[in-house]
Write a protein that binds this ligand. Structure first.
Ligand SMILES: *[C@@H]1O[C@H](CO)[C@@H](O)[C@H](O)[C@H]1NC(C)=O
Ligand SMILES: *[C@@H]1O[C@H](CO)[C@@H](O)[C@H](O)[C@H]1NC(C)=O
Ligand SMILES: *[C@@H]1O[C@H](CO)[C@@H](O)[C@H](O)[C@H]1NC(C)=O
Length: 211
């Protein structure tokens, strides 16, 4: 009985807990125009079981952030699939706070917030998804303007993730670079078809890959 209780406590203590002391706000004077353009996602911190299963497949992938005149943005991300490059587009709606957006997560069927926590526009950005800190929903991504990270930027990302209470195992900084989009002359319509033809597993991974 005592042994059983001991094991149970170990399991409980082994579970992870987010640090919810911090109130996380977007970077002051966030400048959307300077933030738009190409970004490479160099790291992801995610405590969910789905991510734990798929994280070793994660690669550095390319994204393009486009804003419209009203301040809403679309983030297009490219991912290599067994049958070629596929794209996914997430539409983030602006809020009253510059640097804070919302979007509807197709995977979790809820509205999530996006916070542009820190950026210097020319090199890196730290983006937090779902700041209420939930193991299944919360994710941090590190983006940079080039696919090759500097140690300084990686360290910034890792220490931010640890400060929020992510466990080391939930923080991934992939070494491989995804070769999408490549220079094959294939149309966007074809990419979209491939996307809708993905298996469940691939589309789960697609969602994990998108921030
Ligand atoms: C985002 O994409 C949607 C669907 O293609 C489009 O209607 C919308 O205008 C785009 N928004 C921006 C900010 O580019
Ligand atoms: C942006 O951040 C990187 C990494 O911290 C740094 O090397 C670079 O000098 C910064 N650029 C500007 C314009 O502050
Ligand atoms: C889904 O992905 C996981 C992890 O890569 C793998 O173990 C599993 O076999 C895959 N399932 C299917 C149906 O492809």
């Amino acid at each position: 009985m005592i042994l059983a209780l001991g094991l149970f406590l170990c399991v409980l203590l082994g579970t992870h807990g987010f640090n919810t002391q911090h109130s996380i706000e977007p970077q002051a004077d966030f400048d959307l125009e300077k933030f738009t353009g190409e970004w490479y996602r160099l790291g992801v911190a995610d405590e969910s079981n789905t991510f734990a299963m798929l994280k070793h497949h994660l690669k550095v992938s390319k994204g393009l952030l486009v804003a419209d005149a009203s301040g809403n943005v679309n983030l297009t991300m490219w991912t290599m699939r067994p049958n070629g490059c596929s794209i996914s587009v997430n539409s983030y709606e602006k809020t009253d706070v510059p640097g804070a957006f919302t979007y509807f997560s197709k995977r979790h069927k809820i509205i999530k917030d996006i916070t542009m926590v820190e950026t210097n526009y020319t090199d890196y950005s730290l983006v937090l998804k779902y700041k209420s800190m939930d193991k299944e929903y919360t994710q941090i991504a590190l983006y940079a303007r080039t696919p090759t990270p500097t140690l300084e930027v990686i360290q910034k990302f890792i220490s931010f993730a640890l400060t929020l209470g992510f466990s080391e195992g939930a923080i991934m900084v992939p070494a491989d670079i995804d070769h999408c989009p490549n220079l094959e002359s294939r149309s966007t319509a074809e990419f979209r078809e491939e996307k809708s033809a993905q298996t469940t597993n691939q589309s789960i991974f697609g969602t994990v890959s998108n921030v």
